[in-house]
Design a protein around this ligand. Sequence first.
Ligand SMILES: [Fe+2]
Ligand SMILES: [Fe+2]
Length: 329
Amino acid sequence: MDDTQSGAAVHAEPALAEYEESFAATIARDQRVEPRDWMPDGYRKTLIRQIAQHAHSEIIGMQPEGDWITRAPSLRRKAILFAKVQDEAGHGLYLYSAAETLGVDRDDLTTRLIEGRQKYSSIFNYPTPTFADVGVIGWFVDGAAICNQVPLCRSSYGPYARAMVRICKEESFHQRQGYELLMTMMRGTEAQRAMVQDAVDRWWWPSLMMFGPPDGNSPNSAASMAWKIKRHSNDELRRRFVDMTVPQAQKLGVTLPDPELRWNEAEGRHDFGTPDWDELTRVITGDGPCNEERVRRRREAHEEGAWVREAAAAHAAKQAARTREGAAA
Ligand SMILES: [Fe+2]
Ligand SMILES: [Fe+2]
């Protein structure tokens, strides 16, 4: 070997195989992958899809409950609801920031959402006709979000996992405010109790669908689990949610609308019926009760907010110019 060759070997970039090996070792050791680390394309794409979808869900999720802010029955309920909906906006923003660490642009993600090229959680395509819906969304939807998201605090991608820690703390407040609201209604009049039961009947199955299709039919799950982005399967998380919710329903005094729901002593968990997967497919592909309205309102809000973004950009440019002048002086 002459000198030139050995010199070249010393300065050569690590081979792709070495990057792959070091990535696999990071995952195997349960360490975090950070934005500057090398990662396989599939890992990056999966994360972008999942985090963007999650961010969109937080933002679109403001709508069904936001509709009740102006009609909340008391100042106290209005303040709680307002804080909750505002939290969801914050969750969306953290998550868009987490997605940006993977090299995508938030503007581009928003465009993909309002053009229907990226999805958000199917649950937000259902209507909220009564105030009991606000309580049931907190109890079921935020409760399901907690089941889904607590394991994501250990997700292999650092910025996503860290965003989840704060988000989960806030989701826990959301779930409690919903349950407390329902408790209050259940102590009220017969009509209020009926309103709670009606909302439970409408939201139960769509909430079970939030965990996604059954494991045998969930194309992205296997890779996500191997990469430790996701820690538990859809069916496993769905079962946890059912086990967590059944005693809460008993305490509240409502019936969950599933005749097959019963305690399985041998397995130490609940058996329950099968959600209508055709309905989930319809809602995911755009044909739910409120899909059109949700996306239209998001698009309108984006268009109406154009002047704010332009003003912020102009302000930032002016500040940057001032800093440059200051440095030159
Ligand atoms: Fe949230
Ligand atoms: Fe929430």
